[in-house]
Design a protein around this ligand. Structure first.
Ligand SMILES: Nc1ncnc2c1ncn2[C@@H]1O[C@H](COP(=O)(O)OP(=O)(O)OP(=O)(O)O)[C@@H](O)[C@H]1O
Ligand SMILES: [Mg+2]
Length: 238
């Protein structure tokens, strides 16, 4: 479970994240939309404890990430736009290495089972990551989430640059994790994919959460209109 309470990040005088309070429960997928610079990645980076909040708190499974940096990381898998894997190692070797860091010692059969469940083609298991497409690397990331038995998945534009089929497959893998009770927070610019996979959708602007929807309550055209209205909205000063 993911929670932020009045989470705020300032860089000098600039407020990148402004009193953000969100909650993602087990089996929920919250997609955060918002223009470049809206504060989505900064929010995710605070949940990962990569950067410290100026005020407010970020919690994973009810624990403050600043106070419990190691414990909270155990529950989290992070998949950024370009997942860092070892290019000269194979898919199985990477999964073995990174699940090992997460404290799991898994047999090669179990590792291959996770790669299979993540939808990676069998012929790629023993190939070096340097030969992989982006979609294939993202699948290794999903396999790692499965291998870690992750509770929380943080995704920063994971489908940008994926072809429509790979993006669709990625969405299906997220549904699988959701059905296992994983709490998923995904920053994306892809309204279509957000509508497809999310249980909840938030629209951020200037570090603030301006709109929030239950995904099933809103159609794709309505979501696009809400997004554009939010971006075009100008505060009228008295
Ligand atoms: N380390 C930093 N120092 C100064 N300003 C920063 C820093 N990191 C982020 N910012 C600023 O904070 C704002 C929010 O950035 P952030 O990366 O969170 O946006 P985003 O919503 O992820 O955008 P994008 O859609 O482009 O990925 C931006 O204006 C950015 O320039
Ligand atoms: Mg970003």
């Amino acid at each position: 479970m993911i929670t932020t309470n009045n989470l705020t990040k300032k860089f000098g005088d600039f407020v990148a994240v402004d009193n953000l309070s969100i909650s993602v429960k087990e089996g929920e997928i919250l997609c955060l939309l918002g223009a470049n610079g809206a504060g989505k990645s900064t929010t995710i980076n605070m949940l990962l404890n990569f950067i410290k909040p100026t005020s407010g708190t970020a919690e994973i499974n009810g624990m403050d990430v600043v106070k419990n940096p190691l414990k909270t990381k155990e529950f989290v898998t992070y998949i950024p736009e370009n997942l860092m894997l070892y290019p000269s190692l194979t898919a199985i070797e990477n999964l073995d290495y990174f699940s090992g860091i997460a404290g799991k010692k898994l047999s090669s059969k179990t590792l291959t089972d996770f790669l299979r469940e993540a939808g990676l083609q069998e012929t790629a298991f023993k190939k070096r990551i340097s030969t992989f497409s982006k979609g294939m690397r993202q699948k290794v990331g999903i396999a790692l989430a499965l291998a870690k038995d992750t509770k929380v998945l943080l995704l920063d534009e994971p489908t940008s640059g994926l072809d429509p089929k790979a993006s669709n497959e990625f969405g299906e893998l997220l549904q699988n994790l959701k059905n296992k009770g994983v709490a998923v927070l995904m920053a994306t610019h892809d309204l279509f994919r957000a509508k497809e996979v999310a249980t909840h959708i938030g629209i951020m602007k200037d570090g603030q959460l301006r709109q929030q929807f239950v995904a099933s309550d809103i159609s794709l055209p309505e979501l696009e209109k809400a997004y554009l209205d939010t971006m075009n909205y100008k505060e009228v000063l008295p």
